[in-house]
Ligand binder design. Structure first.
Ligand SMILES: Cc1cc2nc3c(=O)[nH]c(=O)nc-3n(C[C@H](O)[C@H](O)[C@H](O)COP(=O)(O)O)c2cc1C
Length: 646
């Protein structure tokens, strides 16, 4: 496989072509390197990647976006960086630190005193920075160079300049954000001066054998910004100037095009590979790191064959499974836990929490890459009730530990996740339970399906432990007494599967859930009905969708002409009319010609088997929605914990 052919950057050997690009973990605390941060990278190195780029490391006090970002300029971190470099490089894996200055960009809470290129508002926060003087620019250039030198002394193989996604380097490079009249603005020469000064400084201080890469925009997708042509011109200019060992292209900036920088499951695989292949030609002879929704090793191999890049970046795929390279190399690619590109990882870090992955509960723990369920002390007979993602996870983990596990569930496994996977753009959700099912079969879980399990049936197994992963159901919204019932969203999906086809009239979707699945249902209903009205009690949509994904949600809803009514509480559904009241004023409005009223609402746990089983003295654990209705991450992680505890 070409994927496992070695490569060379700055005279340093990469054992294969797989690179883990920068993925902020939020594992730093009070801007300090932590053991968990070191483990997160050490495990990705142990898993077989040839090169890791750390998450963005802040290079200057004017760029500390939040306390979970490690700073390079603070000497107190030096020992931590040394530990990090040693932990990664011992796996014959090159470690690069990503040097990061946010500039005007204020994704988290505002930094104290934002500095930037021009007095133009950031597209996300609308904050306007202090415009740096040439002297202040020189200080930041120096900080980049000092950062590189610090990391080199700590044992890193190189650095990557974070020039993508709308941060400070992008702000200089792009005519959309750079309106300077001095030598740092204007034409391509002026706009690239900042990054060229940094490159020259790093080369002068760190020498030729130190890898220096640049991540820069391939297409900002804003009018007047860096488009593909301009990206090609910038890359060609930088290639001529020299000093770069590789280049990577990222998409979007903090406008609505931000969606492109971590394309989710609604995008096709490798959506920007054609664009990157073209840019590779412009950047020659600089080697190229191609990235963006690369699914797995086979996909990466295909992309290399197509000449898309010299190296392949896999960020989220390696978050989901650090051992993806090792498994592919050993011919066990099928055992890789696949990323589903749900962007829950992105959502977690952007609310300031440590990174988390829906179906990698071991993320960032020591031994993650080689993790196997630990053998149980004594074999137990375990009954798992429910074949959704919580039950399947508990079942395969418990069975892998040596327990005798029988799973009582529906004929088609996957529960609510299976229903979600039937909706437009959500097919990849199925990879979660398909992975679990494969592991459960390998581990010898016995499956019994049929009518819902009863307490008597469970007791007849004489189990040592019972895991109830019986899920939840949607509660009916409280409508006035004379109302028709309406339909719950999941029941509707089952029904639509049986009878798809266009329908006359208006559909009203009551969104009291705000998860990604509801908006995929909206996409479907908009394509089936004459008109779709989406009503929600909040003042905006998508509280439970990552901001990057929410951009796509809005894009699809607006394109499909879905009418969005916020601050709306449904009151009545009768005589083909839905009446709803404003959540603040109570003012009522009606929607006419309503053929369908469907709701997605806070759910009710189905835990009815718990009491009768406990009354018979059984050890009963509740997993997932059956404990408390929550998102898929909680269900998988809880099933995992219980499978390990039994
Ligand atoms: C949770 C998360 C954090 C990220 N943090 C960074 C970062 O610190 N610096 C950066 O350049 N890119 C960051 N990215 C973008 C990735 O490096 C990469 O460009 C993007 O995820 C597309 O690659 P993938 O599809 O292989 O994940 C992040 C992406 C995610 C999902």
């Amino acid at each position: 496989m070409q994927l496992f052919a070695p490569f060379e950057l700055a005279g340093r050997r990469l054992k294969n072509r797989i690179v883990f690009p920068a993925v902020l973990s939020n594992y730093a605390r009070e801007n300090r390197v932590t053991t968990r941060l070191v483990d997160y990278y050490a495990e990705r190195a142990a898993g077989g990647a040839a090169m890791l780029v750390t998450e963005g490391l802040s290079i200057h006090a004017s760029s500390v976006p939040q306390p979970n970002v490690a700073t390079v300029f603070d000497a107190a971190n030096f020992e931590g960086f040394q530990r990090l470099a040693a932990a990664v490089e011992r796996h014959d894996c090159r470690l690069l630190g990503q040097l990061w200055h946010v500039g005007r960009q204020q994704l988290w809470s505002p930094v104290d005193a934002p500095v930037g290129v021009s007095a133009l508002p950031d597209a996300y926060s609308w904050s306007v920075p202090h415009v740096m003087t040439p002297e202040e620019i020189a200080v930041v250039v120096r900080a980049f160079v000092d950062g590189a030198r610090t990391l080199q002394r700590a044992g890193f193989s190189g650095v990557e300049l974070h020039g993508g996604h709308g941060y400070l380097i992008t702000q200089f490079l792009s005519p959309w954000s750079n309106a300077r009249g001095d030598g740092y603005g204007g034409d391509g020469d002026g706009r690239t001066r900042f990054v060229r000064e940094i490159l020259a400084g790093i080369r002068a201080e760190c020498g030729a054998g130190f890898i220096v890469g640049l991540k820069m925009p391939g297409d900002e997708r804003v009018p007047g910004g860096i488009d593909v042509d301009e990206a090609g011109r910038i890359a060609a200019r930088l290639a001529l100037a020299g000093g770069l060992d590789y280049i990577a292209f990222a998409q979007g900036n903090f406008s609505p095009s931000l969606e492109d920088h971590t394309p989710d499951m609604h995008y096709p695989p490798g959506p920007f590979m054609g664009l990157q292949k073209g840019l590779r030609e412009r950047a020659r002879p600089i080697p190229m790191l191609a990235l963006g929704r690369v699914l797995d090793a086979a996909h990466a191999e295909r992309l290399l064959g197509e000449g898309v890049g010299d190296l392949i970046g896999m960020g989220r795929a390696l978050v989901a499974d650090a051992a993806l390279p090792a498994k592919a190399l050993a011919g066990r690619a099928g055992a890789t836990r696949p990323c589903i590109f749900c962007n829950v990882c992105w959502a977690e870090i952007h609310v300031g929490k440590p990174i988390a992955c829906i179906h990698n509960p071991q993320l960032g723990t020591p031994g993650e890459a080689a993790w196997r369920p630990a053998p149980a002390v004594g074999k137990r007979r375990v009954i798992v009730v429910g074949s959704g993602v919580a039950g399947l996870e508990a079942a395969w983990v418990a069975a892998s530990r040596g327990h005798d596990v029988t799973l009582l569930g529906a004929r088609e496994a996957g529960g609510k996740a299976r229903l979600e996977s039937l909706l437009p753009g959500r097919a990849e959700v199925a990879k979660v339970f398909e992975f679990q099912l494969a592991r459960a079969r390998e581990a010898g879980v016995a499956f019994e399906s049929g009518a819902p399990a009863t307490a008597e049936q469970i007791v007849a197994f004489r189990p040592d432990a019972v895991v109830l992963a019986t899920g939840s159901s949607m509660r009916r919204p409280s409508l006035s007494a004379e109302s028709d019932a309406g339909t719950d969203a999941w029941r509707l999906v089952v029904g639509l599967g049986a009878a798809p086809g266009r329908r006359a009239g208006t559909a009203v979707l009551f969104d009291h859930d705000h998860g990604a699945g509801v908006y995929a249902l909206a996409d479907l209903l908009a394509s089936l009905y004459d008109r779709l009205v989406l009503i929600t009690p909040r003042t905006q949509l998508g509280r439970n969708v990552a901001y990057v994904g929410l951009l796509g949600v809005y894009r699809r809803l607006y394109r499909a002409k879905v009418e969005i009514v916020v601050a709306a509480v449904p009151k009545r559904f009768a005589a083909r009319e839905v009446a709803h009241a404003n959540a603040f004023t109570g003012e009522e409005r009606t929607i006419e010609d309503v053929a369908l009223f469907v709701y997605a609402t806070p759910r009710l746990a189905d835990d009815r088997l718990a009491a009768p089983l406990r009354a018979r003295g059984l050890d009963v654990r509740l997993a997932g929605d059956a404990f408390a209705p929550r998102a898929m991450l909680a269900a998988v992680h809880e099933g995992h914990r219980i499978g390990n505890e039994l």
